[in-house]
Write a protein that binds this ligand. Structure first.
Ligand code: SF4
Ligand code: SF4
Length: 453
């Protein structure tokens, strides 16, 4: 794509980056077919190509973001499906990040929107605050309809999501959890922000799985939110601050003893941390360390595949529909390991039709864009039901919360299923299915009896 920036404009590193990305787009439009918002709305301005044109026009003109640009960029899920499809390798992720930051700096949103955004960025990244907000939201759930009626549909969406939380989990305290048996590896675990109160079972299962494979797990003293939530809202400075804080926390740990990996069990956070090298690339004091951190960051499933999963202790005929989060399949391009591990653990894994289309969660999208998010959730739910699974597995808390409770099919994190198959406690959602699970020991004993007969 031809661009028209002046030499002066290109002095600005952000404009320079936008320009180099824009030039790679050949406006072929292939990406439109896999873009969820274009599939739903059919408006070119809600497609990747249309948004690229809007962003190009904004950057070239050196203008403040217009209502039109803000409206269509806000509707983008940052699902990155377009990046998987694009034959030209357009780095849409970093382009839309630049646009979101520009919109945030130059565009004044209506007061209600500003208040909701500021509230989200103040509450969600802090697990203790978020836990209190969840408890309050549970009390307020009966007023959900009323909030929608008086024009506060975002607050209604928030109550809806909060209502899906089971027990509100405690925050995992910093410390060292020793390996069971001989220590083979040492890792740091990012415990996440929203994930801790929403579904504490994910970190519990992750820690059990790792320690029972001889891995020492360290929870760093000063680690915090990965920064993805504020980053997606265009708050670049806050995102950079969050990244610096985590880089400091993990490099402090590494001063005492090296880490084999930084483990992440929410793929949205994984995509963000793996991008720390880029986010801090202009920061001399952090660049190298950020690149190292990004380089040793692993999704839990990748790490487990690398070290090798132990043989399962339970065996079942349960059919698992694997929901690949956008941040997993498009953001990190991880498609093989989660499925392979579930199969190794004895589950029958099936794919969900239209697996490339987002479920509508997308960070805070389901709160800020509840109608579109609701349509995508219902579409995903129908697709899940079409393969009639016993349960659904996913590797991202956002998707789990978004899809939970939409039908009778339980949805769990992949590590919860792996942990269960390897001898961990039965997740509450699977209590009704325990009759279909046998212990591997009893199966072996049965086969020995048959052989002896
Ligand atoms: S597929 Fe890639 S090159 Fe083609 S229009 Fe979309 S972003 Fe541009
Ligand atoms: S990130 Fe997703 S929603 Fe946004 S333009 Fe690309 S495919 Fe469409």
């Amino acid at each position: 794509m031809q661009t028209n920036f002046t030499a002066e404009q290109l002095q600005n590193p952000r404009t320079q980056e936008a320009e180099s990305i824009l030039r790679t787009c050949v406006h072929c439009g292939l990406c439109t077919a896999t873009c969820p918002t274009y599939v739903l709305l059919g408006d070119e301005r809600d497609s990747p190509r249309g948004r690229i044109y809007l962003m190009k026009d904004m950057f070239e003109g050196g203008r403040d973001a217009s209502n039109e640009v803000a409206f269509h960029v806000d509707r983008c899920l940052s699902c990155l499906s377009c990046m998987t499809t694009c034959p030209s390798g357009v780095d849409y992720m970093h382009l839309v990040d630049l646009a979101r930051a520009h919109i945030e700096e130059t565009h004044t949103r209506p007061i209600k929107e500003r208040l909701i955004r500021r509230m989200l960025e103040a509450v969600v990244p802090d697990p203790k605050r978020f836990a209190w907000a969840l408890r309050l939201a549970m009390l307020g759930k009966p007023f959900k309809g009323l909030l929608g009626f008086i024009g506060l549909k975002e607050m209604g969406a928030m109550l809806d999501l909060a209502g899906k939380a089971g027990r509100v989990g405690k925050v995992v305290e910093p410390g060292v959890i020793p390996a069971v048996g001989a220590r083979k590896k040492r890792v740091a675990l990012l415990t996440g922000c929203a994930q801790q109160p929403l579904r504490p079972a994910i970190n519990e299962a992750t820690i059990r799985l790792l320690t029972h494979h001889g891995v020492e797990v360290v929870i760093a003293e000063d680690q915090g939110c990965c920064g993805a939530l504020v980053h997606h809202m265009g708050r670049e400075e806050q995102a950079v601050e969050a990244a610096r804080r985590n880089v400091d926390a993990w490099t402090t740990l590494m001063r005492h003893e090296p880490l084999d990996a930084i483990i992440i069990n929410a793929s949205g956070c994984g995509t963000m941390v793996k991008d720390y090298g880029h986010l801090l690339s202009r920061d001399e004091g952090y660049r190298e360390r950020a690149e190292h951190i990004a380089g040793i960051t692993r999704d839990i499933t990748v790490f487990m595949a690398e070290i090798g999963l132990r043989a399962p202790e339970r065996w079942s005929d349960l059919k698992v529909a694997y929901h690949s989060a956008c941040s997993m399949q498009h953001g990190q391009r991880l498609t093989i390991q989660p499925r392979a591990l579930l199969e190794q653990a004895g589950f029958t894994v099936v794919d969900i039709p239209e697996g490339h289309i987002c479920c509508g969660s997308a960070g805070t999208y389901n709160i800020l864009q509840p109608e579109l998010a609701g349509e995508l959730r219902d579409r995903k739910t129908r697709n899940i039901e079409s393969v009639a699974p016993d349960l659904v597995a996913a590797g991202n808390i956002g998707c789990i919360t978004q899809l939970q409770g939409e039908n009778q099919i339980p949805i769990l994190h992949t590590v919860e299923l792996l942990d269960w198959a390897l001898g961990g406690p039965c997740p509450e959602e699977l209590r009704g299915l325990e009759g279909r699970v046998k212990s591997v020991r009893s199966l072996l004993e049965e086969s020995e009896i048959v052989e002896n007969v």
